[in-house]
Every structure is written in C-alpha cells, then in structure tokens.
Unconditional design. Structure first.
Length: 119
C-alpha cells in the first residue's frame, strides 16, 4: 500500500533499462560482500541489496534483482523501506539504467565479424 508516496508495506516494481545493458561486473567489483552498507551484491542470486540514508533521518532500503542484461534488460526492485518514488530514483541512478551506449554501427563497419556477436 502506498500512502502519500511512502511505502507502508514492501513493494515490488520492475525497471526495464535501455538496451544494451550490463551492470553485474560493476556490482561484483565495487561492492562489499556481506556488509549492509554501502551495498551487498550476491552473484548467485544476481541481487544487490542496499540501505541508503536519504534526506534528514530517512532511510531507503531495497533489493534489486537483475533478471536479464544485454538487449532485453530487466530488473526487479523490492522496496523494503522508504518512499517508493525515492527508491526508484536511487535504483535508476545507482544501476545507471538510463545510460545510452554509443552507436555500435561504426564499430561493426570496422570489425565485420563483430556484427554477428552483437546481434
């Protein structure tokens, strides 16, 4: 239930990043294993859990599970605590879901065999 934009119960949302998309190598390299702050990334379940201090005395907690990357990316976000809209904003920023990759057509022209791999 969302009251006044604040998540009163746990909520689940789905974010579809721009394709192509990849984040798991970054999470694996730049997060602390088994530590609630700043972030936990479990490679096996492909889940990133984070508790973020937001505003004055407010906390936002979420788990983001990366279901797929590449050309059909999909992330499920389980908001555990805090405003749903704030959690979505944080997840989109942390996981960089709106990044636009450079046009690959130039690279494919230079390396014709790469086109088969990218497609």
């Amino acid at each position: 239930m969302i009251t006044g934009g604040v998540c009163r119960e746990e909520s689940v949302i789905v974010i579809k990043p721009r394709a192509p998309y990849t984040i798991m190598p970054h999470l694996k390299q730049f997060t602390l294993k088994d530590s609630r702050r700043p972030c936990i990334y479990d490679e096996e379940s492909r889940t990133c859990a984070r508790l973020v201090a937001w505003g004055v005395g407010e906390e936002v907690a979420y788990e983001a599970t990366i279901f797929s990357e590449g050309w059909k990316p999909l992330i499920k976000v389980h908001v555990i605590r805090g405003p749903l809209e704030t959690a979505v904003k944080i997840v989109r920023h942390v996981l960089n879901t709106d990044y636009v990759y450079p046009d690959t057509s130039t690279i494919i022209k230079m390396c014709p065999g790469l086109g088969r791999i990218i497609e």
